[in-house]
Design a protein around this ligand. Structure first.
Ligand SMILES: NC(=O)c1ccc[n+]([C@@H]2O[C@H](COP(=O)([O-])OP(=O)(O)OC[C@H]3O[C@@H](n4cnc5c(N)ncnc54)[C@H](OP(=O)(O)O)[C@@H]3O)[C@@H](O)[C@H]2O)c1
Length: 250
């Protein structure tokens, strides 16, 4: 299947690099598109001829067109969590998302997977959530069959969420609960999301969903883990077991 090329925009990111690896396991050749292709070699090594780093900025039409020319599928895993200068939620999550979808459709790309975020809603009061919703609408208008992936917080060994909590638990004698512990969360293992995207591109699946829990069992589980740190670490090292525990405690 190596003639089937997938371009992963954001392929060096937390999720994107896993998507790249899972696509390779499914037999796809992958172009890893980002502004800093030099970051690919430390992440993926030099040995695999089916992995190709490509310099592309999603705000630049020419570099995007080059990166996706001849591709079978495109994954948009580009993020922006904090606005700065010209990098706004609108420019990245709406305009650039639309640019990718328009150019992919024009280039004859067969499958387009757009990574959005849970609750994406064009009428939300939150600017970020609103822009994610507007981005989805723009992508759908340009590429009607696009696959939308809306993960909640993703966890994995190098994440910014649970790793931070574990570090704080290591250092603080008391750990504060988020609100009353009733906020609903849908944490998901980053490797599961990456595998879902690769499988969806291969099998033409159009919809994927997962389970919900609240912050109380989440903190309880991690909190007890902190009390006996070994337990937290072992839960952490087997995220699938951890997720299963959350489901059982719902
Ligand atoms: N992490 C989570 O828990 C989480 C939860 C829900 C949804 N998501 C969504 O999942 C997607 C991936 O998130 P992530 O956490 O994996 O992001 P990340 O680790 O911050 O990675 C972002 C990637 O995008 C690339 N990038 C950023 N700006 C770019 C630009 N202008 N042109 C080309 N490439 C650019 C970065 O490489 P360069 O900087 O080298 O260009 C990097 O490869 C995003 O849509 C995010 O909103 C993430």
């Amino acid at each position: 299947m190596n003639d089937r090329i997938v371009t992963v925009f954001g392929g060096t990111g937390f999720l994107g690099r896993r998507v790249v690896r899972h696509l390779r396991k499914h037999g796809f050749a992958v172009r890893i598109a980002s502004r800093h292709p030099d970051r690919c070699h430390p992440l993926f090594g030099h040995d695999d001829p089916q992995l190709r780093p490509v310099q592309a900025d999603v705000r630049d039409e020419r570099s995007v067109a080059n990166a996706l020319a001849g591709a079978y599928a495109v994954v948009n895993a580009v993020s922006l969590y904090v606005e700065h200068g010209h990098e706004t939620f609108h420019s990245v999550h709406v305009e650039s998302a639309e640019r990718l979808a328009v150019l992919a459709f024009r280039a004859g790309v067969k499958r387009f997977a757009h990574v959005s975020g849970i609750g994406a809603d064009p009428s939300s009061l939150s600017l970020y959530i609103r822009k994610r919703g507007e981005g989805e609408l723009a992508v759908r208008a340009a590429f009607a069959d696009a696959l939308f992936i809306r993960p909640a917080v993703m966890f994995g060994p190098d994440d910014a969420f649970l790793t931070t909590i574990l570090k704080l638990l290591d250092q603080l004698p008391i750990y504060p609960m988020f609100g009353r512990g009733r906020m609903r969360l849908q944490p998901v293992y980053v490797e599961d999301v990456a595998e879902a995207i690769a499988t969806a591109l291969q099998l033409r699946i159009t919809s994927i969903s997962g389970a919900t829990c609240t912050t109380q069992p989440l903190s309880g589980r991690i909190g007890r883990g902190a009390w006996t740190l070994r337990e937290a670490r072992s839960a952490w090292e087997s995220p699938l077991v951890f997720i299963r525990t959350l489901r059982l405690r719902r």
